[in-house]
Write a protein that binds this ligand. Structure first.
Ligand SMILES: Cc1ncc(C[n+]2csc(CCOP(=O)(O)OP(=O)(O)O)c2C)c(N)n1
Ligand code: SF4
Ligand SMILES: [Mg+2]
Length: 351
């Protein structure tokens, strides 16, 4: 219950990261979600990833829409900036915040209803604009908060709790992200923390639009047989194409692997994505083949997970529009409004 405050005292022996915080310093309020909801496991993975990355909580801005998934930012990073926006509108608010201050780390949290129905246009545009953020979709195939109606990501033929079949073609958000030009695309499962935490770490470090579609079972409305978003179904049909580990620039890589077992992809900032291939032919650098691969496997009822695509030359919206580097709130009035003479000159150049 949110009115039950978590004890603020920490055991003195709790491990601290390089910026002096314990893992508990990245927690939020006590979750009010149903016990066993996949979304709580994703919150735990976000907490773990931010703690491991030594991020100072006040440098993070977490934004969400409406839904059980969009409530979760209340349950992690209690000392970060937060904005619970309107249903499906998180991407445009995040874009505005990012344009005003590029120094924060932007974390967008959404649901399949929030992103694939009312917010579908916003989802598409924030990706094609290359806004530097980590966009996590907590995908359970239903509108959990409003009692379990099929969402647009529900698979054709999958059954509701009452046995009714879904006749609509599903929207695959990872495939859509590939088409819309996102430069980091992952898919994971809330029940697979070992896969999810490194994906979140790498997505946060990625200097462009990063999306992770996380299948996150709704235990109240979509965890029965006949559902393709249940714990059992995803465990049985999970086709992981690779296993990712992420090493920030400062970390020394100590684990040894035999030749050919892993590929290391060095990023511009010196960090390393270490990929252990589970499917030899899968190349996360090939956007077009990734689309075909994901679709072919979806047609067989398989859920392809892992790092699906990464563009190592990604650039973000600020680079494309050549915007000012300083946060807007640090500029003077004269810099923000250079006066009528300058406006006159701009207008004249457009005539
Ligand atoms: C403008 C508007 N339309 C409809 C609603 C009702 N509504 C609240 S949450 C929701 C869907 C949430 O589904 P999803 O994003 O998948 O989140 P989940 O609860 O499944 O995590 C809807 C339709 C709303 N709050 N605002
Ligand atoms: S209704 Fe579903 S999505 Fe919402 S908290 Fe419960 S299990 Fe999670
Ligand atoms: Mg949902």
């Amino acid at each position: 219950m949110t009115y039950l405050a978590k004890p603020r005292l920490h055991h003195p022996t709790l491990a601290k990261n390089r910026v002096g915080y314990t893992r508990r310093d990245y927690e939020g309020k006590i979750s009010t979600l149903c016990a066993g909801c996949g979304h709580d496991s994703i919150s735990a993975a976000i907490i773990q990833a931010c703690w491991e990355l030594d991020i100072e909580p006040h440098r993070v801005a977490k934004l969400s829409g409406i839904g059980c998934s969009s409530k979760t930012p209340d349950y992690f990073l209690g000392n970060s900036h937060g904005f619970n926006t309107v249903h499906g509108r998180m991407p445009s608010v995040l874009t505005g915040a990012n344009l005003a201050n590029r120094e924060l780390i932007y974390l967008g949290v959404s649901g399949d209803g929030d992103s694939a129905s009312i917010g579908l246009g916003q989802f598409a545009h924030v990706l094609r604009r290359g806004v530097n953020m980590t966009y996590i979709v907590e995908n359970n195939g239903v509108y959990g908060l409003t009692k379990g109606q099929f969402s647009a990501t529900a698979d054709k033929g999958s059954k509701s709790k009452r046995g009714q079949a879904n006749n609509d073609t599903p929207i695959d958000l990872a495939s859509l992200a590939l088409v819309m030009g996102a430069t980091f695309i992952g898919r994971s499962f809330s029940g697979d923390k070992a896969q999810l935490v490194p994906l979140i770490r790498a997505a946060i470090a990625h200097p462009g639009a990063a999306v992770i579609d996380v299948v996150s079972p709704c235990v109240a409305f979509n965890n029965h047989s006949g559902s393709t978003k249940s714990y059992d179904y995803v465990r049985e049909h999970n086709e992981a194409v690779n296993r990712l580990d992420f090493f920030p620039q400062r970390d020394e890589i100590t684990t040894e692997y035999g030749e050919g077992e892993v590929i290391d992809v060095r990023q511009h900032d010196g960090s390393i994505l270490r990929l252990r291939k589970l499917h030899a032919e899968y190349d996360p650098g090939d956007r077009v083949r990734a689309m075909a691969y994901v679709q072919e496997h979806a047609a067989r009822g398989e859920v392809v997970t892992g790092l699906l695509y990464v563009d190592n030359d990604a650039c973000d919206l600020h680079e494309q529009i050549n915007s000012v580097e300083q946060p807007l709130n640090t500029l003077t009035a004269a810099e923000l409004c250079p006066g009528s003479a300058v406006l006159e000159k701009i207008n004249a150049s457009l005539r």
